[in-house]
Structure formats: structure tokens, C-alpha cells
Design a protein around this ligand. Structure first.
Ligand SMILES: NS(=O)(=O)c1cc(-c2ccccc2)cc(-c2ccccc2)c1
Ligand SMILES: [Zn+2]
Length: 263
């Protein structure tokens, strides 16, 4: 598709020229206003199956020019939603070295340092993620807010290979690990709403789950994301650092954000 960016002439205010859904409804991310949340007692704890991967399995860690992403095996899936959602990939959005705020979802206007998205597709109804991507019940994304604080040994499991994917379209194989360790401790406290991909083509096809509790990574780990990755190809003369790869909050309109917890 047409090229897009987070700033400049191809920035988010221009996405809808080539990607009409980006100018449509049910867009993500949003600002989660805790005073307007509606508690929904039917929202069960998130249950991931087969996430404890063994080290002799390998995952592909890649730079797609807009984010870094880790492939996930198809035997990993969510079992606590109305349909089975099978894992596809996880990727990140972050700020910059000089502005360490880069989450997509905000809470009461607060932007976090970064955000991780685990992308899954409805494998009960669709054969693969490409077919599912533009269907209203096609995708589920788990969002994890990230703060700078304690060193995160789970993030270290893939960040230690980040120098192999400095440039666009570079990929490395990394030993698999327990993907559960990337998620917050409590999987029963989350926000839930209907939204979209936060990047073009912005399909309004995502059942969003954003965990209430952030995880932490150290400043050094944050800087690895914010300073070591480029959105340009290695052979390009002017390297373009990849940072602030987040979309700003969109209109909530008359969507209600549900929450799985009270108080
Ligand atoms: N931010 S997101 O979770 O809404 C998201 C989902 C998917 C996605 C991927 C496959 C199928 C379906 C959806 C891809 C991206 C993406 C991020 C950076 C660059 C390009 C694409 C982002
Ligand atoms: Zn994302």
C-alpha cells in the first residue's frame, strides 16, 4: 500500500487520503477516562494457552520500518473470548530519547513511555490473519502499557538481539521464551472496547483489551528501543531513527469503555 509515517506529509492527518478507514469511526487508540468506565461482570480474566514456549524453538524478530515485531507461534491462543483468537505477532510503540512518552492509549490524558500490542485473529471464523484483518470480529489486540522503572528480564530476552534488526526489513531468529512473562501479573484487570488497527489501513476490526496495570522496563531498555532502531534501510545514506511511532488518541464518540474490575 501507499507509504505512511508518523510525521510530515505522510503523517497521521494524511493517512485517510490513501486509507479511508483511518478517517472513519471506531478508531484507536483512545484516551481511557476512568470516570466514564462501565464495570462489566461478564469480563473474565484473560487466559492465554501455550504461551510458555521452549528455548529450543525460535521466533522471528523483525524491523518492519514502523515498529519491531516478534512472530508468535499459531498454537498460542486466547481462550477466554467468545471465539478462539490465535496469536500472530507482537510489536511496540514508543517515544523518543528526549521525550520518553510513546504509548498509544492514554489514561486520563496520561501517556506512558511505550506500549506493547499482541495481535491475535479469530481462528474460529477465518483461516489466517490477512483474511481476518478487515472483518469486524476479525482481530483482538492485547495492549500493555509500559513505564520506565525496574529492569525487565522478559523484555531482555528479545532486546538483547535488537542490534540485528537496526534497519528496515532486517530479521533475526531468537530463542523462544515464556511470552506470559511480557504481560502484567494481573490478567483480570483490563479495559475493553471496540476499535481499530492504530496503523493504516486502520480497519475497525479490533476487540481491544488494554491491561490496567503497566509493566516496567529500565531506562537502558527504553533507550535501546528509542535510539537503536531505524525506519530506513541499511544501504540508505541518511539513516532515519525510528521513534515516536504512536498514533494520537482518536474520538471515542458514543463508544463505552468497559472494565473488568471495580474500584
Ligand atoms: N497497532 S496495531 O496493533 O493496531 C497493528 C496491527 C497490525 C496487524 C498485523 C497483521 C494483521 C492485522 C493487524 C499491524 C500493525 C503494524 C504496525 C507497524 C507497522 C505495520 C503494521 C499494527
Ligand atoms: Zn500496535
Amino acid at each position: 500500500g501507499a507509504k505512511w509515517a508518523y510525521t510530515g506529509p505522510d503523517g497521521e492527518h494524511h493517512w485517510s487520503k490513501h486509507y479511508p478507514f483511518c478517517g472513519g469511526t471506531f478508531q484507536s487508540p483512545i484516551d481511557i477516562q476512568t470516570q466514564l468506565l462501565r464495570f462489566d461482570p461478564t469480563l473474565r480474566p484473560i487466559e492465554l494457552q501455550n504461551y510458555n514456549l521452549s528455548a529450543n524453538e525460535q521466533l522471528t524478530l523483525g524491523n518492519n520500518g514502523h515498529s519491531i515485531q516478534l512472530s508468535l507461534p499459531r498454537r498460542m491462543y486466547l481462550s477466554s473470548l467468545p471465539h478462539r483468537y490465535t496469536a500472530a505477532q507482537l510489536h511496540f510503540h514508543w517515544g523518543s530519547e528526549h521525550l520518553p512518552v510513546g504509548s498509544e492509549h492514554t489514561v486520563n490524558g496520561r501517556q506512558f513511555a511505550a506500549e506493547m500490542h499482541m495481535v491475535l485473529f479469530n481462528s474460529d471464523k477465518y483461516p489466517n490473519i490477512s483474511v481476518a484483518a478487515d472483518k469486524s470480529d476479525g482481530l483482538a489486540v492485547l495492549g500493555v502499557l509500559i513505564e520506565v522503572g525496574e529492569f525487565n528480564p522478559a523484555f531482555a530476552q528479545f532486546l538483547k538481539y535488537i542490534d540485528g534488526i537496526k534497519y528496515k526489513d532486517q530479521r533475526v531468529q531468537v530463542p523462544a521464551f515464556n511470552i506470559r512473562s511480557l504481560l502484567p501479573v494481573l490478567l483480570d484487570e483490563y479495559y475493553r472496547y471496540d476499535g481499530s488497527l492504530t496503523t493504516p489501513p486502520c480497519y475497525p476490526s479490533v476487540l481491544w483489551t488494554v491491561f490496567k496495570n503497566p509493566v516496567t522496563i529500565s531506562l537502558k531498555q527504553f533507550l535501546a528501543l528509542a535510539t537503536a532502531i531505524y525506519s530506513s534501510h541499511q544501504q540508505e545514506s541518511a539513516p532515519v531513527a525510528m521513534n515516536s511511532n504512536y498514533r494520537k488518541p482518536q474520538y471515542t464518540d458514543n463508544r463505552v469503555v468497559l472494565c473488568s474490575f471495580q474500584g
